[in-house]
Every structure is written in C-alpha cells, then in structure tokens.
Write a protein that binds this ligand. Structure first.
Ligand SMILES: CC(C)(COP(=O)(O)OP(=O)(O)OC[C@H]1O[C@@H](n2cnc3c(N)ncnc32)[C@H](O)[C@@H]1OP(=O)(O)O)[C@@H](O)C(=O)NCCC(=O)NCCS
Length: 341
C-alpha cells in the first residue's frame, strides 16, 4: 500500500514556451486513502508530477471506475477530453513546492479548507509562481501580454486585464461553502475562508491566511494571519503580516475579538480582546495596565501581552497613553449577517 501527502489532477495554462502559468484542480485530495494512491502510482508512476498522455488518462479513469471512485473517474474523463494542458501532482510528502503545478496544489489545499494557514509548506512559493496577467481571456504570461493586446485590438475583440499578480483571485478556482465576498478580487487563491465568513468590500485575505468562521472581515488579513471563530475585523483595520518589514511574530486573533475600524494589530491576541477604533498596537508599543478602578498599575511592552485573553486596548483620549483594561464586553457577531451565507 502506498501513501501520498496529496494528489490532484487538473487543467491549466502555459505560455508560448510551454511553461506553466496556473493550474485549476477541481478536487484536490489531502492524504488520500492508500488504495487510491496505489491506483495513481500504478497508472502514472512515482514522479512528483506528470503530464499524463491519453493512455495514462484512460487507464486512470478505468481504474478509478473499477474501484468505486466514480467522481474521480468522471473528472479524469472530462480532463482527458480537454484540449488544454493537464497535469497530475502526486506529492509524497509536504515538501516546499518546486513547480507551478505543485505551488497551485498547495494553494488549492488551503482554499479547499483541507489545511489551515501554516498547515502546509509554502517555502519559496514566490520564486516558483510566475507573474501573470489575469485577463478576460484567461492567464497570459506578462511578457506576452503586449502581443495578445495587439491581436485582440486587430480582431476587434476586447481583452481586459483584471490584475497582474502571482496569485489569482480565489473564487476563480473555488468558492468554499457558506461565505460571502463583496469584492472577489480582494481574496487571493490560498486564502482559507471559513464557513460563515463575510468579507466586505474593504476586507482582504492574503494566501496562507484566513478565518475559522464565522467571521466578519472589513479589514486586511495579511499573509500568515489566522482569525478564530467569532472575531470581527472592523472597516479598514490592518493586521500586520510577516512577509516584509522584518517582523517575525506570527499574528493571530483568538475567538470573539474585535479590531475597531482603522485599528491595527501587531501582536497575537487571545480570546475576547478588543482594540479601540483607530489604535495601532505594535509589539514594542508601551502599554499602561489599568486595574478595575482604572488606576495605572504597571507599564509593559505590548509583546508581553501576546496571546492573553479578555483585554481591551485603547488610547487615552486625554493623556495619549495606550492603556489596557479588562474587556468586559466581548463581541457578538450579528447572527443574521453570518448564518445565511
Ligand atoms: C474602545 C471601545 C470598545 C470602548 O467602547 P466601550 O467599552 O463601549 O466604552 P464607552 O465608550 O462606553 O466608554 C466607557 C468609559 O471609558 C471611557 N473611554 C472610552 N474610550 C476612552 C478613551 N479612548 N480614552 C479615555 N477614556 C475612554 C469613556 O469616556 C467612559 O467613561 P465613563 O465610564 O467615565 O463614562 C470603543 O470606543 C471602540 O473603539 N469600539 C470599536 C467599534 C468599531 O470600530 N467596530 C467596527 C465597526 S466597522
């Protein structure tokens, strides 16, 4: 019996030099059962990645069908009929992605909610993925865009470029159940968007980041950040990421936290914490601790409060000091907004 970390078969786009630009996997699998792995290896071999020929696709379809994997068999049959390039990825372990098909598989695992942020190795993915023009005619290599634009004009066919990025928008690949996204371009493939999450127009979710659900997202969730159930990221709020700027602390929010409008978070929060609207807390922010009588007891760096629960942070509007009190009113999400996604 064989074991694979992940298996997926998909269809994608290449540039004129035959290099992969992107891959769509309709049904990626995480740790598929050993019987299925045996079939895959018997039909496609032991390489991490193959572009299966017609004979291999037919063998795979028939073996899936005979062994009761009817949905997979149907999917293989559809892909086999495609004139577009197809690829199968069989990762034996959770290794860093080496190729575009492997990188896309990792991003699919996240957005299909098969792994949570930080749950799969994405090291080096920036270097692996190509910069792509995402257009009304699909993915186009950025270097080949001028020729495509010219041809489109000559033929009188509109060609619209939605964005130029290494990561496409998530909903072009998967719409996970029970979510709403007001502006689809704000959520990248590789985001983990939990059941019951609402992302409003100002909300943003990067890859390898996301929400457990239910959550309200009206601010920005940077790469690597994860927000637990019931937390609310207010309009225009920012959560610091770790991709640039030297910060190495992984930021997260516990359950039922509230980032006020235009607030900023630079430390991990425990459960039931609130940041006042407009207050940006970084790891080095000096915070005055207040007791129940609102008397100052000590001063600490915000990083020392990392992961602690039931805290309310505010900037004293008289003294300008950042203060921390016991949070007596944890946020409750508006049920009617999240239960009917
Ligand atoms: C910080 C915050 C949570 C405090 O709200 P609250 O706990 O309801 O507090 P209140 O406004 O009722 O004030 C309670 C007391 O604290 C005082 N207080 C509140 N904020 C203060 C500040 N920044 N500096 C000094 N005192 C302050 C109030 O004056 C009041 O004092 P009192 O008891 O003597 O009358 C709130 O101001 C806030 O920023 N909420 C975020 C809402 C938001 O942005 N949601 C997202 C929408 S998209």
């Amino acid at each position: 019996m064989s074991n694979l970390y992940s298996f997926a078969i998909g269809v994608g786009s290449k540039n004129s030099r035959g290099e992969w630009l992107e891959v769509y996997y309709p049904a990626p699998l995480l740790q598929p059962d050993p019987a299925l792995c045996d079939i895959v290896i018997a039909c496609l071999g032991t390489a991490d990645e193959v572009e299966p020929n017609a004979t291999q696709m037919a063998a795979l379809e028939s073996a899936f069908k005979q062994n009761g994997y009817s949905e997979l068999a149907a999917s293989v049959a559809q892909l086999a009929a495609s004139k577009r390039p197809t690829v199968a990825v069989m990762l034996t372990s959770d290794s860093a992605p080496d190729t575009v098909p492997q990188g896309y598989l990792k991003l699919h695992l996240l957005s299909h909610r098969l792994v949570r942020p930080h749950g799969t190795d994405l090291s080096g993915i920036f270097g692996v993925l190509k910069n792509v023009a995402w257009t009304s005619a699909g993915a186009i290599d950025i270097e080949e865009l001028p020729e495509h634009l010219l041809q489109a004009r000559i033929q009188g066919q509109p060609l619209t470029v939605d964005c130029v990025d290494k990561f496409p928008k998530m909903v072009d690949y998967i719409v996970p159940s029970g979510i709403r996204i007001a502006d689809a371009s704000r959520v990248r493939l590789g985001a983990y968007v939990g059941e019951g999450t609402t992302v409003m127009h100002e909300g943003f979710i990067n890859f390898n980041a996301g929400t457990e659900g239910p959550n309200m997202v009206e601010g920005r969730i940077s790469a690597g950040v994860f927000c637990a159930a019931g937390s609310d990221i207010g309009g225009g709020a920012s959560i610091m990421g770790t991709l640039s700027g030297g910060g190495s602390m992984v930021i997260s929010m516990g359950e039922k936290c509230l980032l006020g409008a235009n607030a900023g978070l630079g430390i991990p929060l425990g459960d039931r914490c609130t940041l006042e609207a407009g207050l940006y807390i970084t790891a080095g922010t000096v915070v005055t601790m207040l007791d129940d009588q609102k008397q100052a007891t000590s001063k600490v760096k915000a990083r020392e409060l990392s992961g602690k629960s039931d805290l309310l942070f505010r900037r004293n509007s008289v003294s300008g000091c950042v203060e921390c009190l016991t949070n007596k009113s944890a946020v409750e999400l508006n049920q009617s907004l999240h239960s009917s996604n």
